[in-house]
Design a protein around this ligand. Structure first.
Ligand SMILES: *Cc1c(COP(=O)(O)O)cnc(C)c1O
Ligand SMILES: [Zn+2]
Length: 465
């Protein structure tokens, strides 16, 4: 049963058609734009202060309070408590990391890493999937599906198997899915279809399949997912004692996360729960830089919702005609057509945001620094730190700014990238990485071969210092 004070609404200001939260939609039926979940806040019991949520830390035996998403359920109240599907997602930590601060170029305590790798399936996607699963349950879905570069499928697969509420079919591309992620979908028992093509091809197919077979679609066009992802920002604030940082830096793929962050902050501001909004930096991989092209080069802006759609469509037409396809080692953000583009433009507007792109080289170097700083992440996550470093170099981020980088996924998702980097030598880069343009591994910490002999081992240890 849905709550009466929540509804779906088209993001297009010229349309604003509304729908009940009972309806299963992946876009506005009138104009085709994305949908938001909106609330009649004055009909909802919203806390007077964010500190009120702290009381829930003492009732962690209640699954809704234990969840790092539903602990904030008053701020995403589209479902009644007894409908909520949770498997303990949203366990994270926020930690200042001096060595990474030094690498980025800000003061020791000012670089904070928000680690989303502690989620049940090892990425931030669980924050959203718990909400999509809740909605799937509300509407009685028996089968759910998604297309994925890997983490969305791992996340949906675990919600299907852990709850038994619905069957799961996932569509992945045939190319570069990281083995950690593929192994999860298989192990959690979801039907796994490997489409000949990339993520964008898989998404197009799954949308048609869901329409034809009335299967519940869990990609980030699903507005319920983004509601859950707002909680990442609530926990960042919580980790800072409810202070607002100066910057949030996140990798950008389909742009669901950045969209959710912007929505979180504009709602908190509207509710008077924060007094200012941090700046948002969305970081593309250079090999998958649609947002940076549109925002940076073409000057596309939210513009009160009146986006220049002809220019955006023209950009994609050229992309298709020239057969330009995204290609990056950061496979989680290897996206051609970010589905949440417009919502992200809105978030950039709300948060006085910036967009940048970073090379795969910069991503892998940053990833090694993050690892040495005590947080293991996958390549896409490290784009945040590489991006913060770039913005610091440009003088956009100041050394005294407090910067939160979102580490979106766990290190073990993609061990090949990690081992490839660390096994590389100055004159011999791992062939797979070299084929993707990696030319150096400045922070490599490779395994040292030693004979099975105590004296030689001791000698080698001494040499290593
Ligand atoms: C999905 C994903 C991203 C990209 O997030 P979007 O919301 O699609 O922009 C980044 N990093 C990781 C690890 C992911 O799984
Ligand atoms: Zn509409």
């Amino acid at each position: 049963m849905p709550t009466e004070s929540a509804y779906q609404i088209c993001i297009n200001p010229a349309c604003r058609k509304t729908y009940s939260v009972d309806e299963v939609l992946s876009g506005c039926t009138q104009c085709g734009n994305l949908l938001d979940i909106a609330y009649d806040w004055n009909k909802l019991p919203v806390p007077k202060s964010l500190r009120e949520f702290e009381a829930r830390w003492s009732s962690r035996s209640n699954p809704l309070d234990y969840s790092g998403v539903w602990r904030f359920r008053e701020l995403m109240r589209f479902a009644a408590d007894d409908q909520i599907v949770t498997i303990g997602e949203g366990q994270t930590q926020l930690r200042a990391t001096a060595s990474v601060a030094k690498y980025v170029g800000v003061k020791d305590q000012n670089l904070l890493l928000q680690y989303e790798g502690l989620n049940p399936s090892g990425s931030f996607k669980d924050n959203g999937m718990t909400a999509a699963s809740t909605h799937a349950r509300m509407v009685g879905a028996k089968m759910t599906a998604c297309a994925s570069t890997g983490n969305t499928s791992a996340s949906l697969a675990i919600y299907g198997s852990a709850t038994g509420l619905f069957d799961v079919v996932v569509f992945v591309g045939s190319g570069k899915i990281a083995f950690g992620k593929l192994s999860q979908a298989l192990d959690y028992g979801s039907k796994t279809l490997q489409i000949e093509g990339d993520f964008d091809d898989a998404l197009k197919q799954v949308r048609d399949v869901c329409k034809a077979e009335k299967i519940y679609l869990c990609n980030s066009v699903n507005p319920f997912r983004l509601e859950g992802q707002k909680s990442i920002m609530f926990r960042v604030l919580e980790g800072l004692g409810w202070d607002v940082p100066d910057w949030i830096v996140a990798p950008g793929g389909n742009l669901g996360n950045s969209s959710a962050f912007g929505k979180a902050f504009s709602e908190l501001k509207e509710l008077g729960l924060i007094s200012r909004i941090p700046r948002l930096a969305v970081i593309n991989a250079a090999g998958a830089n649609t947002l940076n092209q549109l925002y940076g080069q073409q000057g596309i802006r939210w513009n009160g919702g009146y986006t220049d759609d002809a220019k955006i469509d023209g950009f994609f037409d050229v992309m298709d005609r020239e057969n330009r396809r995204a290609s990056t080692l950061a496979t989680a953000i290897e996206i051609n057509r970010p589905v949440n583009l417009k919502k992200c433009l809105r978030a950039l507007d709300v948060c006085n945001g910036v967009v940048r792109e970073v090379s795969d080289q910069a991503i892998l170097d940053a990833k090694a620094k993050i690892g040495a700083g005590g947080f293991g992440c996958e390549p896409a996550s490290a784009a945040s730190v590489a991006g913060a470093r770039l913005l610091r170099e440009e003088g956009i981020i100041a050394p005294s700014d407090r910067v939160v980088c979102i580490l979106t996924g766990h290190q073990l998702k993609d061990p090949n990238a990690t081992v490839g980097y660390h096994s590389s030598l100055p004159h011999r880069i791992d062939p797979k990485l070299a084929s993707m343009g990696i030319q150096s591994a400045s922070f490599a910490n490779g395994p040292v071969p030693v004979p099975n002999n105590l004296e030689r081992i001791l000698e080698v240890l001494r040499e290593l210092g």
